[in-house]
Design a protein around this ligand. Structure first.
Ligand code: MG
Length: 223
């Protein structure tokens, strides 16, 4: 298999095992306002920017007769919970090996994440190997127009590396992120949550051909 011109990595749920922690933080915050979230709702939040998630959760709370809250009120509850959890996020299996393989092969890398710069700094702190990915697009990047599922994050990441999206491999775990990478024209590798069956994969990830069981598979491809 030809080597990609670049690898564009999502962070949450792809390189770091943060998604259960993000879900728990949203769940505890929403429950505080009397509206526990369903598994489908939690899946829909995956991969999106914090403010986009907050708007969705506010809609679910008010739509079920709960209080009319501001983003700030919801996030004031959610953020301390999230920060206490996320600082302990472990790497996904094979993530460090993949980043190190790309580095040793001189395959350019970029981070294409919905997370804000401060959130990335918090989560990445205990993982010096993530320093191998120097080019980064954050969810609060001043040059970023729209968050995932819009393609902008991947288009900007490819532009910063000086490569064509169509020559790049994108790595994603979430439906919103996979849709973003596909719309950008990347070759998309999806590492889906382990609990999804084939029917759920086809429903939640339309157009995606390549599903991974872990990132060690990609390390083996890159020779
Ligand atoms: Mg993700």
């Amino acid at each position: 298999m030809a080597r990609p011109a670049a690898c564009l990595f999502d962070l949450d749920g792809l390189l770091l095992d943060t998604e259960p922690l993000h879900a728990e933080a949203w769940q505890r915050a929403a429950s505080r306002f009397g509206r526990p979230l369903t598994p489908t709702e939690l899946m829909a939040l995956r991969g999106r920017r914090r403010l986009d998630c907050a708007d969705a959760v506010l809609g679910w709370i008010s739509g079920s007769g709960g209080p009319e809250l501001s983003r700030e009120e919801l996030l004031a509850v959610r953020q301390p919970i999230a920060e206490a959890l996320l600082v302990h996020a472990p790497p996904m299996p094979g993530a460090q090996a993949l980043v190190e393989r790309c580095r040793s092969l001189a395959v350019p890398m970029a981070l294409a994440t919905s997370s804000s710069r401060s959130a990335v700094d918090l989560k990445a702190g205990p993982h010096p190997w993530l320093g191998g990915i120097a080019v980064r697009v954050h969810g609060d990047d001043p040059e970023l127009q729209r968050g995932k599922p819009a393609p902008d994050v991947f288009l900007l990441a490819a532009a910063r590396l000086g490569v064509k999206p169509s020559h790049s491999w994108a790595f994603e775990d979430s439906p919103a992120g996979a849709a973003a990478a596909l719309a950008a024209g990347c070759r998309v590798h999806v590492l889906p949550p382990a609990h999804l069956d084939r029917e759920a994969l086809e429903r939640d990830y339309p157009g995606i051909q390549t599903f991974l069981s872990d990132l060690h598979q990609v390390v083996a491809l890159l020779n």
